[in-house]
Ligand binder design. Structure first.
Ligand code: GLN
Ligand code: ZN
Length: 770
């Protein structure tokens, strides 16, 4: 049995890649220095794997920005607007490359970046390839070959990783009409052939082709293309060993197709879809090896050796050990680098740490499992010791009192249908709310956060370093909140917010105050390019020991006679942006969080807060990869939101907020959330997102964002008016609110002031007109 991995985190355990890229972008280091950092990171990763004893070590899993963008550059799928940067100077490749990723404003050029979107159901974002009808491909960058040779020089014969040709096309977008991107396959394949030829010439034996689309619903045409492409590849390269990698889901209806493709090995995700092993073992043709993805590449929990060994042995019994490979379920890109670097803190106790494994630890899990299966004499003793330690740690997690809390489990078990329903229908609540809140037509509000200035962030940093006392820190925040309230009064906003200055992050802030969450110091994961996130770890039953936001909201409300909106993050978003438990269904964890938020909502209401917003920007992100499973997910996700919201009186107005979302295919579920008001990101789509609401006859109130908060640009009043006029064409006036697209925390005060003033003016003009 051979061990391998599909990919290793490239950011470095101290985010070296992020730092180097950002320094290069701001001109602080040279291109040579950037390349130097890249080379060091790659070498380091290879050596870590070699030391751990991994048999097939990948190369070309490194990237300065994104592996899909790398592939576009390799294939010269470079949109025409970047032509001025082609061959411009020595720096052309990195400048061109980063221009495609981030846009380019220099030397009189103003080139927009390529679009970025989520990588399947992960929080990683890739750069979407752009295709034209007469798209040509050509071998442009030899990164895959160069990195293979680089490893070879270091004495390691790697398995180059390439995004497979079918998935590459499917990940892209047609930029004109009149063709389908799959039509390009015959122009694309010759370039893949050239690349593979070069790899083979240079000594590559194995090549990993990632085809994650094999785990999605495929059309007849797509299946046909898969069949044809892989037969052509086999014919052209009879000697290369292709490992076809699938992940994030089971093969489902594509199973027969996948095992019929003439490759040497097929990798399957047995963490997401353990059930598919039976079918695979029954059906795998004799010349196909199976790579068992049994160590979770998407989560940070220690592997359960006893359970995994059973699966490995089952596979070996049917296939023979020569036809079995062992691997993580997917690339380790999605987990942090190294648990050993984590200090033991109150936020990550030794007990919790003992339940976890990050990328480096997962390598060790893979090789330990192999040794245990092969029970080689010299490793037998240490292997048995490791197995026992693993059994103990799995048991300690299963039985820990820190995890399992009877009162929490009893409470979720007792949830009734009623708990997720408001007492009255929206039409009745609406009348009561209007009477109680006395808001004008087209009420104005914001999404919650106001600028997190350098000062605000420096207070927090100083407070964390103990350079600022808790009382001083708090006073500064209270002052900032007061300024914010005064300013909102001054410009005459209708529904105010306290500004969220006390929050580091909309999930972390709540996680830190809830039981059942742990936090790392260095647990960074790449989100896109140089942006990394540090998701909290939900390890145990979730409970809210104390109110979390009541103090801030009541303080702000106490300052003004206008209504201040309470601001919470919703249960689905908290779940979605954390590493979650694998010992109970996600829906159960979500319900626990929902009840904690529900308690907070009720405490806010009791304290006199009359409008409460529960943000759910990540609701759509949680959608399963296969459509057949959407309904089940949306039911529990929407129900969790409702559970958090529905305990209030009719007069209390519940808002929700969702950004970067499309609504047409999930509109009935959005309606089932039954929020009194939903604010959405809308300005960049020119209000088109409202059509879904209009067609559905969505009855509740809506605040379509009237300006884009992602850039410092200040929109004119007329521009916002025009957008609202578009909104009025499809949604009745009495349902409409006026607000920005999203929170303002990344903006500066100057542009915020101008933009919001103009927004309030726009709303006033609207009122006069109607
Ligand atoms: N209330 C949050 C804020 O304004 C919402 C952020 C978001 O939607 N991502 O920052
Ligand atoms: Zn938002």
């Amino acid at each position: 049995m051979q061990t391998h991995i599909l990919g290793y985190p490239r950011i470095g355990s101290h985010r070296e890649l992020k730092k180097a890229c950002e320094q290069y972008w701001s001109g602080k280091i040279s291109l040579d220095e950037l390349h130097q950092t890249g080379a060091e990171l790659r070498k380091n990763n290879w050596l870590i794997q070699q030391e751990a004893g991994i048999d097939l070590i990948p190369s070309n899993d490194f990237s300065f920005y994104d592996q899909v963008l790398d592939m576009s550059l390799t294939l010269k799928a470079i949109p025409a607007r970047y032509a001025p940067l082609l061959g411009k100077s020595d720096n052309s490749i990195p400048d061109l490359y980063f221009a495609m990723a981030r846009g380019y404003q220099r030397d009189g050029l103003d080139l927009t970046a390529m679009e970025m979107t989520k990588w399947f159901d992960t929080n990683y974002h890739y750069i979407v390839p752009e295709f034209t009808k007469d798209q040509k491909f050509e071998l442009f960058s030899t990164k895959a070959v160069d990195e293979f040779l680089e490893a070879k020089d270091a004495g390691i014969l790697t398995k180059p990783v390439l995004l497979g040709p079918v998935s590459y096309l499917l990940l892209g977008k047609e930029k004109e009409t009149g063709f389908h991107r799959l039509d390009l396959i015959d122009r694309l394949l010759p370039v893949y052939f050239k690349l593979l030829e070069k790899l083979q010439e240079n000594g590559a034996v194995w090549v990993q082709l990632d085809e994650p689309f094999l785990t999605l619903d495929l059309s007849h045409r797509e299946k046909e293309v898969y069949h044809r492409v892989y037969h052509e590849l086999r014919e052209a390269f009879p000697a290369l060993k292709f490992l076809l990698a699938t992940y994030f889901e089971g093969l489902g209806g594509n199973l027969d197709l996948a095992i019929s493709l003439p490759v040497c090995a097929l990798h399957i995700d047995l963490v997401r879809a353990p059930g598919q092993l039976n079918q695979i073992l029954k059906k795998a043709p004799e010349n196909l090896s199976i790579s068992l993805g049994l160590v979770d590449g998407r989560n940070i929990w220690k592997n359960d050796y006893e359970a995994t060994l059973k699966e490995i042995n089952r596979a070996i019994k049917t296939l023979g050990s020569a036809r079995v490979l062992l691997a993580p379920s997917c690339s380790l890109l999605h987990v942090p680098c190294d648990l050993d670097l984590e200090p033991e803190t109150n936020a990550l106790t030794p007990e919790i740490k003992n339940w976890l494994a990050f990328a480096k630890q997962k390598l060790d899990e893979i090789t330990t499992l192999k040794n245990l299966v092969e029970s080689k004499d010299e490793e037998a003793v240490s292997g048995m010791r490791k197995l026992q330690a693993n059994i103990d740690s799995i048991k300690s997690r299963r039985e820990s009192k820190r995890i399992h809390k009877t009162q929490v489990k009893q409470r979720t078990a007792a949830i009734s249908i009623q708990d997720a329903l408001r007492n009255e229908a929206f039409s009745i609540r609406r009348t009561k709310q209007h009477k109680a809140l006395k808001l004008p037509l087209f009420p104005t509000t914001t999404i919650g956060s106001f600028p997190q200035t350098k000062e605000v962030r420096s207070w927090r940093a100083q407070f964390k370093k103990d350079n600022l006392t808790a009382a001083d820190y708090e006073n500064l925040l209270l002052e900032e909140t007061e300024h914010c309230i005064r300013w909102q009064e001054e410009i005459d906003l209708d529904v105010l917010v306290h500004g969220e200055f006390e929050r580091n992050d909309m999930v972390e802030y709540f996680g830190e105050q809830l039981d059942g969450f742990a936090f790392t110091r260095l647990g960074w994961v790449q989100s896109y390019g140089s942006r990394c996130v540090k998701p909290p770890i939900i390890y145990g039953d979730v409970e809210r020991p104390n109110p979390m936001t009541v103090k801030w909201s009541t303080y702000a409300q106490g300052l003004t006679s206008r209504i201040v909106k309470g601001m919470l993050t919703g249960p689905v978003t908290i779940l979605q942006w954390s590493f979650v438990r694998n010992d109970q269904p996600r829906s159960e964890t979500c319900n626990q969080i929902a009840l904690a938020i529900r308690d907070e909502v009720l405490d806010l209401e009791k304290a006199g807060i009359r409008i409460i917003q529960i943000d759910e920007p990540a609701l759509r992100e949680g959608l399963p990869l296969r459509k057949a499973e959407w309904d089940a997910y949306l039911k529990w996700a929407v129900n969790a939101f409702c559970l958090s919201a529905a305990g209030v009186r009719e007069e209390t107005q519940i808002h929700t907020h969702m950004c970067y979302s499309e609504f047409n295919d999930i509109i009935e579920h959005i309606a089932a959330m039954d929020a009194d008001v939903i604010t959405i990101e809308c300005s960049r789509s020119q209000m088109e997102l409202l059509d879904a609401f209009a067609e559905f006859n969505y009855p509740n109130e809506i605040g379509p964002g009237v300006y884009d908060i992602h850039a410092p640009r200040v929109p004119a009043k007329e521009e916002m008016l025009a957008l609202m006029e578009k909104a009025r064409q499809v949604i009745p006036d009495k349902q409409l609110w006026v607000n920005p697209d999203c929170g303002l925390k990344t903006r500066g005060w100057e542009e915020t002031r101008k933009a919001l003033k103009a927004m309030v003016e726009a709303a006033k003009t609207l009122r006069e007109k109607s």
